[in-house]
Design a protein around this ligand. Structure first.
Ligand code: FUB
Length: 346
């Protein structure tokens, strides 16, 4: 992931134009997954640190070691940092890089899903359990069987089924699973093992979870995104194709799959009639933020919808030191999401 040239940015001006400010400034946080549990907004972010790892295109500098849970009683209220909810030293199967997590609630228990590299440097997805939405969470001894890649997002449907969406290309390793098993060939570039630009893009994966929320019921399937002509988006269509940061929410009976386009820095969305898709591409939710990555979640609270996202404004543009933010998200009468500019025009 190339570092953005930030020397030219006037950060004071950017802050004045920002549509929202960091929710917390004492620590760096990113990749916010928001849920309303028991009438309160809980945010499950990555906890960004500067571990001194060299910057590279595979994201080695994202060397996070633990998770904090944040919560607030309503938008605009002071945020609570509940402290360390899970540390990598307590996860037997994981070695490094605790990336974007998510959480789910069922029968009085809370499940924290998180990606990390295992002891063979392969990203897997684990789960940890608590009786409180703020943790601490006790990890399962093994990662989810047959899990791989990054960025789990768990969606509960109205019938009580839970689905996990996951995956991310480049440093997220999804391309290395393209033919069903991990391609261990040495990776010289983040685009090695990807389809050609004129081939269908790699897709996020979706799998229903077992009743205990600890396993996949099925082999993960492709969450295909189709263009306006019913054709799968192509790998070269990098302003629209999936890169990482899946999220799924339901609005007026439709399934909205949203995601980051990675190297073009948009948060986009696509709509389907069922949780597996195929999803039809609809447009952009969020224009690029300061910092290389963009990552989000969408959550309803007291009849309003909110976009949770991050940028690197507080760290003055340092890619791996980000801050979570939230802003209202609106739909038009046809269910189209109004694109958000993270900074007002000059
Ligand atoms: O935070 C590390 C990685 O950066 C996440 O897993 C990606 O979605 C991107 O935000």
């Amino acid at each position: 992931m190339p570092e953005d040239p930030v020397e030219h940015i006037d950060f004071d001006d950017l802050d004045r134009r920002a549509v929202s400010q960091p929710l917390i400034t004492k620590i760096y946080t990113a990749d916010p997954s928001a849920h309303v549990f028991n009438g309160r907004i809980y945010i499950y972010p990555s906890h960004d640190i500067d571990a001194g790892d060299a910057f590279d295109d595979l994201g080695s500098h994202f060397a996070m070691e633990d998770y904090h849970v944040l919560s607030l009683s309503k938008p605009g209220e002071e945020i609570t940092d509940h402290g360390i909810a899970l540390h990598i030293k307590d996860v037997p199967w994981a070695s490094k890089q605790m990336w974007a997590p998510d959480a789910a609630q069922k029968n009085g228990k809370y499940y924290l899903y998180f990606p990390a590299k295992d002891h063979d440097d392969i990203f897997r997805i684990g789960v940890a359990i608590s009786y409180s939405p703020s943790g601490p969470f006790i990890p399962q001894p093994q990662a989810l069987r047959k899990s791989f890649s990054i960025d789990p997002a768990v969606f509960k449907d109205d019938d009580g089924s839970y689905y996990m969406y996951f995956g991310g290309i480049w440093g997220g390793q999804l391309q290395r699973w393209r033919f069903g098993s991990f391609n261990a060939e040495e990776e010289m570039s983040p685009v090695a093992h990807l389809p050609a630009d004129n081939e269908p893009a790699l897709c996020a994966k979706v799998a229903r979870l077992t009743d205990d929320l600890l396993e996949f019921v099925e082999e993960p399937k492709d969450a295909i995104i189709l263009d306006e002509n019913g054709k799968p988006l192509l790998q070269g269509d990098n302003k629209r194709r999936f890169f990482e940061a899946s999220w799924l929410h339901k609005y007026k009976g439709k399934y909205y799959f949203s995601y980051s386009t990675g190297d073009t820095h948009f948060i986009c969305y696509a709509i389907a009639d069922n949780p597996y898709g195929p999803f039809i591409y609809k447009g952009r939710i969020l224009n690029p933020v300061v910092g290389w990555t963009s990552h989000h979640s969408i959550c309803e609270f007291e009849d309003k919808w909110y976009l949770f996202y991050h940028d690197s404004s507080l760290s003055k543009g340092i890619t791996h030191l980000r801050s979570v933010k939230m802003t209202e998200l609106t739909y038009d009468e046809d269910g189209k999401i109004q694109t958000i500019d993270p900074y007002k025009a000059k």
